[in-house]
Design a protein around this ligand. Sequence first.
Ligand code: NAD
Ligand code: UD1
Length: 339
Amino acid sequence: MRVLVTGGAGYIGSHTVLALLRAGYSVVVVDNLSNSRVESLQRVAALAGRQPDFVRADITDKAALEAVFRRYPDVSAVLHFAGLKAVGESVAQPLAYYRNNVVGTMVLCEVMQAHGVQRMVFSSSATVYGDAKTVPVPESEPLKPTNPYGHTKRVIEELLADVQQANPGWRVGILRYFNPVGADESGQIGEDPQGVPNNLMPYITQVAVGRLESLQVFGDDYPTIDGTGVRDYIHVSDLAAGHLAALRALEQVEGVRAWNLGTGQGYSVLELVAAFERVTGKKIPYTVVGRRAGDVATSYADVTRASGELGWSAQLGLDRMVSDAWRWQRTNPDGYDKG
Ligand code: NAD
Ligand code: UD1
């Protein structure tokens, strides 16, 4: 079975391509390399002992996508990771986010429909819940994102539901990731953010490796165990396995179905720092600063639906997330650039 993976050269996509190849799928990746390097796929190929096909193309380019679907008539499902994901940037450049994420998905759906491909697993985000009333957050929670990036994810979820409604043959899995962290245990592939990381784990690993001086903890006055924000960190390899489970579930599940992918367990910023220091022996200097605009106190997943319907649950705990993130950063201090 051949799967087309948009954004497959990126952080989560590359780990999922590795899992797909290992499970025996044929893979074609479509990526414009706007936030990744093709080296990630070369490393995936070395780890898997098999090559994914790669086409450098932008998903908003209909002619280019048409050419891919013509060249690979055996594609039977699409895993759709391609998109922009930086919250702050989305506030400054909303149109770029709507074009890449929403228009890109529209074009992809048009071309899929024209070629009779009607299965998709879409990368959504827990960001669609905004400041959720119920924690752990169930999939039934109203979608109230608080920034343009989150708006694009909600719009895409709605767009996919409308497409499926009009074309009942479509089957769509919507995966709402909580906080993906860590790296393949080989240390060969991992998260390689451009510039200063926005997210906590890559920030910590860059402090540990000496690229950044100290961590700023955004607020210690939240109503949490130690006052710092609590999140549901999930190992990227568990996330990759969740995609394979969703792909298999679409054999049975009709229509559109959303699943949370998290561990169901929350950790505070200071708990993550402490785990990192304990596991790696590296000291992480930090200072507490004010809250970051738009942050919520506590967010972790209700994972009942994913475990019941996908037969999937996260297997790797915080220590593995930390040690694998550190192995990747330590052996690739400058990411893929000098790796
Ligand atoms: P990433 O930036 O590493 O990967 C995205 C990939 O898509 C990159 O390789 C990029 O070059 C490619 N891309 C972007 N726009 C494209 C376009 N128009 N055409 C073709 N390729 C394009 O990000 P990631 O962390 O791997 O995230 C993958 C998906 O998961 C994204 O949709 C993101 O919004 C979603 N997500 C990520 C997180 C997270 O914390 N990493 C959390 C929730 C959801
Ligand atoms: C961010 C995104 C969210 C996205 C999620 C998963 C924002 C506002 N939200 O959320 O849309 O779905 O990533 O990728 O960017 N922290 C620090 N210091 C730092 C960085 C983070 O203290 O330098 C704290 C944050 O305040 C938060 C926790 O660490 O409490 C996790 O932050 P982060 O990794 O950015 O994830 P989210 O805030 O969950």
